[in-house]
Design a protein around this ligand. Structure first.
Ligand code: GRF
Length: 216
């Protein structure tokens, strides 16, 4: 087996995506090690999940820093110290400064609860239900300076039901996220997926704008 890919995972809240990655590693579906879990929120439930899995945790509480710049410098220092193969944003509710994004270009992934480029930003479930769209889903993408705007790696979709509420839709989309994120990280660890300045390459072919479409 190849050397496990090393991950640093950034969270702010519940950490269900973190949990899905931990579970996938334990079930041997994902050949990875989690070097550290970093949270900007000391009360994030995800920290408890990380502790339960005996992972190294670091809290960077934004209140301890005089400015956003100082917080970002501390985060950059920490990420440089760990030198992970990939930085995984998993519900990290903070916009990263350009210097962090550029330093780790092609090494930082995010998961967003919408079929990007539709619905960047917050409140995607409510917004999509108000729009009358027929489908919703989740996107894994590389992180660039543009919010929720980097090259798309893959999407997973669900049909919107007439009975859906933001909560019910969220439950279905999150189930997809929990499968999609570990799956994509594994493809990267197997070197089947690569970031290039031209875009995302899968098995030697440049992917189109929406990336891989993966149904579970
Ligand atoms: C996920 O739905 C993800 O798409 C978004 O934030 C949410 C985080 O959930 N970026 P969790 O903390 O992983 O449970």
């Amino acid at each position: 087996m190849n050397k496990p890919i090393s991950l640093v995972i950034l969270i702010s809240g519940n950490g269900s995506n973190l949990q899905a990655i931990i579970d996938a590693i334990n079930n041997k579906q994902l050949n990875a090690t989690i070097t550290a879990v970093i949270s900007n929120n000391p009360n994030a439930y995800g920290l408890q999940r990380a502790n339960n899995a005996m992972l190294t945790t670091k809290i960077l509480n934004q209140q301890d820093y005089a400015s956003k710049d100082e917080f970002d410098i501390a985060l950059l220092k920490l990420l440089k110290l760990y030198q992970p193969d990939l930085i995984i944003l998993a519900g990290f509710m903070r916009i990263l400064s350009d210097v962090i994004v550029t330093t780790f270009k092609g090494k930082m992934l995010n998961i967003h609860p919408a079929l990007l480029p539709k619905y960047p930003g917050l409140g995607t479930y409510k917004r999509v239900l108000e729009s009358g769209d027929k489908e919703h889903g989740t996107t894994v993408h590389y992180v660039t300076e543009e919010l929720d705007g980097g090259p798309i790696i893959a999407q997973s979709k669900t049909m919107i039901l007439s009975s859906d509420t933001p909560e019910s839709l969220k439950n279905r989309v999150q189930k997809l996220e929990h499968q999609l994120y570990p799956y994509i990280i594994q493809l990267i660890s197997e070197k089947k997926l690569n970031y290039t300045p031209q875009g995302v390459v899968f098995e030697g072919k440049l992917l189109h704008n929406q990336g891989l479409s993966i149904q579970f």
